[in-house]
Write a protein that binds this ligand. Structure first.
Ligand code: PEP
Length: 246
């Protein structure tokens, strides 16, 4: 089965209205490369403005609550994201697992809530450096997938992102063989959970992807795209990654 490449930007806690021209630049490149899917996940405060300046580009958020509304100070629910103009949301990112102590079970609830409201979901998994050094990377990723992937996950709305925590923002990446090997293991686990639908679900690699290494990473077996942090903050850095995927 052929899966369209998908390149998603994670702006993390970066981005003011002054940065909207970057979104417009990314949108123009995405429109010029219609063989690749592109999304940009911005801070909550920028969703509405980004969706307005780039109506053809899927704008996403970086988290949502698992409840639809209620007494959860400081949190944002999936229907609010939809109303603001988001079409997708990242859940289970390792920075939220680390900073906010989120668990795979939390990610499961968030993914389910997002799907209930028609959002696409990018669900992150990935081992720490200590877990990799202890030879536990595969088991950690399998367990995260088992606990966090909704059992109705389907290719049309669900994407998995493998992001080894030690590779995020560090300039270090696993070897291509290590990436492909975890992606193959992740797909086998998805198959156990959702059957044949797993063949169509895209698995992105994330962690220090740049214009310089994107070509090699995106051509590695079983890599269906990339989730990009630091190198997605400007069109000048992100467009070469879109081009590498096209
Ligand atoms: C990320 O935060 O999802 C990420 C992959 O970051 P970076 O590309 O900066 O490593």
């Amino acid at each position: 089965m052929t899966r369209r490449k998908f390149v998603a930007a994670n702006w993390k806690m970066n981005g003011l209205r002054a940065d909207l021209p970057e979104i417009e630049g990314i949108a123009a490149a995405a429109a010029a490369h219609d063989g690749v899917d592109v999304a940009v996940c911005v801070p909550f405060t920028l969703i509405e403005a980004a969706a307005r300046v780039a109506p053809g580009l899927p704008i996403g958020a970086q988290d949502c609550h698992d409840a639809d509304w209620g007494a959860h100070t400081g949190c944002v629910a999936a229907p609010m994201l939809v109303e603001a103009g988001a079409r997708t949301v990242i859940v289970g990112h390792s920075e939220r697992r680390g900073d906010q102590n989120e668990t795979s079970q939390d990610a499961w609830g968030k993914a389910a809530a997002a799907h209930r409201h028609g959002l696409n979901v990018i669900l992150c998994c990935g081992e720490t450096e200590a877990e990799r050094d202890a030879g536990r990377a595969e088991r950690v990723v399998q367990a995260q997938i088992e606990k966090s992937v909704p059992d109705d996950a389907a290719a049309r709305w669900f994407t998995l992102a493998y992001e080894p925590r030690w590779a995020i923002g560090t300039g270090r990446t696993p070897t291509l063989e290590e990436i492909s090997s975890i992606h193959a293991i992740a797909r086998a686990k998805l198959r156990q959970l959702v059957g044949d639908e797993a063949r169509g679900i895209r698995i992105l690699y994330g962690g220090s992807v740049t214009g310089a290494n994107a070509g090699a990473i995106l051509s590695a077996p079983d890599v269906d795209g990339a989730l990009v942090g630091g190198a997605s903050l400007t069109a000048a850095k992100f467009v070469p990654i879109i081009e590498a995927a096209a």
